[in-house]
Design a protein around this ligand. Sequence first.
Ligand code: PMV
Length: 331
Amino acid sequence: MITKQQVVQAHLPATLTPRDEAEAFAPSNIALCKYWGKRDAELNLPINASLSVSLAHLGTRTRLVHATDGRDRVWLNGAEQAADSAFSQKLLAFVDLFRAGHALPVHVHTQNNIPTAAGLASSASGFAALTLALNEWLNLELAPAVLSAFARMGSGSACRSLFEGFVQWEDGIRDDGMDSHGVRLEASWPELRIGLVKVATGEKAVDSRAGMKRTIETAHLYQSWPLQAAADLTRLHQAIGEKDFALLGQTAEQNALSMHATMIASWPPLLYWTPDSVAAMQQVWQLREQGLALYFTMDAGPNLKLLFEAGDQAQVEQAFAGLEVVAPFSA
Ligand code: PMV
């Protein structure tokens, strides 16, 4: 088995020359065709390719400062995190991949501007921003595809947050995973809008790593998932190429529900929905029946992400009070 450490080490210079400090931003992203299932749990290599859209200005800004007090310290949104917290440990374990035993103490300042009320995961933008900041801090000058592959080892979906706009995460075939990274699609869709519906916040009961593992090990239905994802990717490329919004929305919604079907078919069952999630879905279906071009997608949690176009924004905002709306392709 190839380890993360080995993969990163193969791309680092013999001596590291850190700057005093470095800073980077990475956007959050929402998958229209989901990543669900790992073929390699150490490197976060996926069973299927996925496709997302990045959320422009919503994401994580990370600043790394070469520590003069000689010790690693971590802040999240201005609050220092305990050294033994899960957040600090995950983050510093990732930094260690790059320090490789060198005595390079660091202060990590992580700032998320994702509204906490939106119930959006921040690990994707977090690991993407951290990877970009490490590249700056240690003067690595690595190519975006390499940095994307590194970010994937922090959190799978982070590899898509290295890029703006539509991004495909290639599944790849290499054992070291260096061909499994995000690739930006050239297409733009200025009218596309994403609405973040808050159903519930707080830690999820089963995280995505454990959820994927359980699904693969116990749900027979999972066998159909790679086929579904491959067909949906083709449809999404067609939708994006032809700017066919109904095809984009239908494909994304069906893809998300298919992923959730595999979760529900696991044992013990994995149901991320609350009654409020279902009520919001039914509201979307009702509005669609009335002629509104409105679709949704969902990740491993209870919140809905609405998909619609700029011309319908007023109507959608009226139906969903307090909706946070993102224009992924706004200049
Ligand atoms: O990147 P992870 O390990 O948090 O997994 C993300 C899984 C989903 O959000 C459910 C799907 C996706 O492609 O983002």
